[in-house]
Design a protein around this ligand. Sequence first.
Ligand code: FES
Length: 156
Amino acid sequence: MSSSTTEYEKLAVSVSDEEGTEDVREAEVIETLRDHASRPRNMGSLPNPDGVAVITGDCTDTVAVAMRVEDNRVLKASFMAQGCGFTRACGSMATTLAEGKTLNDVLQITGDIIAAELGGLPDDHLHCALLASNALRAAARDALQNRNAPWRRLYR
Ligand code: FES
């Protein structure tokens, strides 16, 4: 697990737009999930974020989330995913749910909520939603810490 901006920037140059779409195309999944996997919202890097996190799960998939915050509310959230297509769909839903919410509300977005909003996930991919929510919540915590101690940004 890492929250460093350097890791975030490294992922931004290595991740491809098509990464992981194949497994969702082949699975029996409902349309919302397929839609978020094939047309992910908020995918890409976000320059000068107020909060950022990069998390690698036990399965070796990685999700990075960055957010811009104003008045304690998420103005813009973006993600990058390296791994399976379900992770990509979960990053898309996680950042969609975060936008417009306060940081404290973002901290309540769990993997179960992300999976439910997508209409469900196959059992062996429930952890993809957990990975996305862990990255989202870590980015929100980073933004909260940066707000309380702005000097932290100098040491990213
Ligand atoms: Fe591990 Fe998707 S297969 S996060």
